[in-house]
Design a protein around this ligand. Structure first.
Ligand SMILES: NC(=O)c1ccc[n+]([C@@H]2O[C@H](COP(=O)([O-])OP(=O)(O)OC[C@H]3O[C@@H](n4cnc5c(N)ncnc54)[C@H](O)[C@@H]3O)[C@@H](O)[C@H]2O)c1
Ligand SMILES: CC(C)[C@H](C(=O)O)[C@@H](O)C(=O)O
Ligand SMILES: [Mg+2]
Length: 361
C-alpha cells in the first residue's frame, strides 16, 4: 500500500523518539513492500521559534491531507513563561481539535520484563491489560478562560453529544475485548460529571446490552488503579481525568516512556503519540525510551492503515527486545542502552517471526 505519513517531532525528546519510530515505519515499509512517504513538519516550541506559531497553517494542512500523523512531544521550559502569549501545548490542542480527534486510546499492558521497574508489587501486575479511552477535545481544556487582577477561571463544559460519542467508542472497543467498561467521573461534585454518568449509563444500556458498565469516582479510581489494576478492561473518562490517570497508569508498566496512544475521530486521519512529554530533564542525551513512540507507530499501522499483521510484527519485535533484556535507562539505570540502540534492536527483530509471504497469504 501507499501511505502519506506526517511526522511532527516537536520539542525535547520528541525528535529523538520520533526518529526511532520513523525508522521502524520505514523498515516495515521495506520488509513488507509498502510505500510509506514520511514528511516532517514543525509543531510546538520548535514551530514558535521558526514561524511564531505552535501550529503553522502548513503543518495543519499537511496533517489534514495525510493518512496518519506521528507526533513526538511538545513543550519545554524555554516556552513556559507564565506571561507567554503563545505556548507549545496550544499547538497540540489545536491540532487534536481541528482533526476532530475526540477519542484518545491509551493501552496499558505491563511487559513481564519491565515489571521490576514498576513501583508496584509484581503479583498485582501480572495479567494487567487495560485500555483507557480519554475524551480529547472537550472539557476544561477547551472551555473559556479568564484572568483578571483578582483571579482566573477555566470553564468545564461537555455536551450530551460529546459524551455519547466517546462512550460509544469505548463500548465498541470493550466488545472486542472483555466486555467491561469502567466510566470515571466526579459525579458527587461536578455537574459535567453528573451529565457524563447519566449519558454513559443510557448509551451502555440502550445500545450495548452485551457490555457491562460500572461507575467509579476519579479519586478512588486513582487508588484502585494501583491496588487492583487487573479489575479493569476499558476505562472511559473525560479529558483531564484521563490525562492524569494515564500518567499514573504508566507506573504499572514501569516508565512514562512505555505507553503509546492513538487519537481517533470520525474522520480519516488519526494522530499517534506516546503519552509522555518532552522530558526536558533528559532531552538531547540520547537516552529517552522510544517504546511509547514505536508502539504508537504500531497503532498507526493498525488503526489508520489497516495493517493489523504488520502492527503485530512491530509489537512482537518490541516485546522480544525487552524479553532479551534490552532496556533503556529509565528501566535499567545502570546498564540501560540509548534510544538509537534500542530502536536498532527492535528493527533487527521485525519480521523475525513474520515474513512477507505469510503476511500476504
Ligand atoms: N503530548 C505531549 O506533547 C506532552 C505530554 C506531556 C507533557 N508535555 C509537555 O512536556 C513538558 C515536560 O513535562 P513533564 O516533565 O511534566 O512530563 P514528561 O512526560 O515530559 O516527563 C516526566 C518524567 O518522565 C520522564 N520521561 C518521559 N518520557 C520519557 C521517555 N520516553 N524515556 C525516559 N523517561 C521519560 C522524564 O524524564 C521526566 O522525569 C511540558 O512542557 C509539558 O507540557 C507534552
Ligand atoms: C501537553 C498536554 C497538552 C497534553 C495533554 O494534557 O493532553 C499531554 O499531557 C498529553 O498527555 O498528551
Ligand atoms: Mg499528559
Amino acid at each position: 500500500m501507499h501511505a502519506e505519513i506526517v511526522v511532527l517531532p516537536g520539542d525535547g525528546i520528541g525528535p529523538e523518539v520520533t526518529a526511532a519510530a520513523a525508522a521502524v515505519l520505514r523498515t516495515v515499509g521495506q520488509r513488507y513492500r509498502h510505500r510509506f512517504d514520511l514528511h516532517e513538519h514543525a509543531i510546538g516550541g520548535a514551530a514558535i521559534d521558526a514561524h511564531g506559531d505552535p501550529l503553522p497553517e502548513k503543518t495543519l494542512a499537511a496533517c489534514r491531507n495525510a493518512d496518519a500523523v506521528l507526533l513526538g512531544a511538545v513543550g519545554g521550559p524555554q516556552w513556559s513563561d507564565p506571561q507567554a502569549k503563545v505556548r507549545p501545548e496550544q499547538g497540540l490542542l489545536a491540532l487534536r481539535k481541528a482533526l476532530g480527534l475526540y477519542a484518545n486510546l491509551r493501552p496499558v499492558r505491563p511487559h513481564p520484563a519491565t515489571l521490576g521497574a514498576a513501583p508496584i508489587k509484581p503479583h498485582l501486575l501480572a495479567g494487567v491489560d487495560l485500555l483507557v479511552v480519554r475524551e480529547l477535545t472537550g472539557g476544561i481544556y477547551f472551555g473559556d478562560k479568564t484572568r483578571d487582577a483578582d483571579g482566573a477561571s477555566d470553564v468545564c463544559r461537555y455536551s450530551v453529544a460529546e459524551v455519547e460519542r466517546v462512550v460509544r467508542r469505548a463500548c465498541v472497543l470493550a466488545r472486542q475485548r472483555r466486555g467491561h467498561v469502567t466510566s470515571v467521573d466526579k459525579a458527587n461534585v461536578l455537574e459535567t460529571s453528573r451529565l457524563w454518568r447519566e449519558v454513559a449509563t443510557r448509551v451502555a444500556r440502550d445500545e450495548f446490552s452485551d457490555v457491562t458498565i460500572e461507575h467509579q469516582l476519579v479519586d478512588s479510581m486513582a487508588m484502585h488503579l494501583l491496588s487492583k489494576p487487573r479489575a479493569f478492561d476499558v476505562v472511559v473518562t473525560e479529558n483531564m481525568f484521563g490525562d492524569i490517570l494515564t500518567d499514573e497508569a504508566s507506573m504499572l508498566a514501569g516508565s512514562m516512556g512505555l505507553l503509546p496512544s492513538a487519537s481517533l475521530g470520525d474522520g480519516r486521519v488519526g494522530l499517534y503519540e506516546p503519552i509522555h512529554g518532552s522530558a526536558p530533564d533528559i532531552a538531547g542525551r540520547g537516552i529517552a525510551n522510544p517504546c511509547g513512540a514505536i508502539l504508537s507507530a504500531a497503532m498507526l499501522l493498525r488503526h489508520s492503515l489497516g495493517l493489523e499483521l504488520e502492527a503485530g510484527c512491530v509489537e512482537r519485535a518490541v516485546s522480544a527486545a525487552l524479553e532479551d533484556g534490552i532496556l533503556t535507562r529509565d528501566l535499567a539505570p545502570e546498564r540501560g542502552v540509548g534510544t538509537v540502540r534500542f530502536a536498532a534492536e527492535v528493527i533487527e527483530r521485525i519480521g523475525a517471526d513474520c515474513h512477507v509471504a505469510e503476511l500476504r497469504d
